[in-house]
Design a protein around this ligand. Sequence first.
Ligand code: ZN
Length: 175
Amino acid sequence: MPVLEIIQLGHPLLRSSAQLVDNIQDQNIQNLIDNLIATVGQANGVGIAAPQVAESYQLFIVASRPNLRYPNAPTMQPTAMINPQVLAHSSEVVKGWEGCLSIPEIRGYVPRYEAIEIEYTDRNGKLQKQELTDFVARIFQHEYDHLNGIVFLDRLESTHDIITEQEYQKRIVGT
Ligand code: ZN
């Protein structure tokens, strides 16, 4: 499966709203899902949104697993979430470190809802409802933002919450 080119901050599609997927069974959409899963795996990511490969659809992959960029991530099957919605969220907000394949070499300490109730259509066209918590809830919120042209930098409380990848590896992963 081909690994797709990931567009970088500055590309206008990262600042655009994505369109709904109306035909999930379309071969182009199914191929896009397979290629996104291959791409996020190869890039050591835990999630990727279709707009990041210049396909402006409301579709992303959540693929949490421990890897070089996120050694403490929980393991799950890569899951395609299509036309996702946030139905409800906790009042509690927690800060955690995030990076982005479209914003290389930096990390931010980003506030996110601790728990969310979500709904999406899976790649077989079935509506799924789930409650997500902690790191997986964080991934969902990060990817969901990409569908609306928002990146994690927009969510920071302070520019002091940005550090380089090198310092992150030294100070955060190492501790
Ligand atoms: Zn991202």
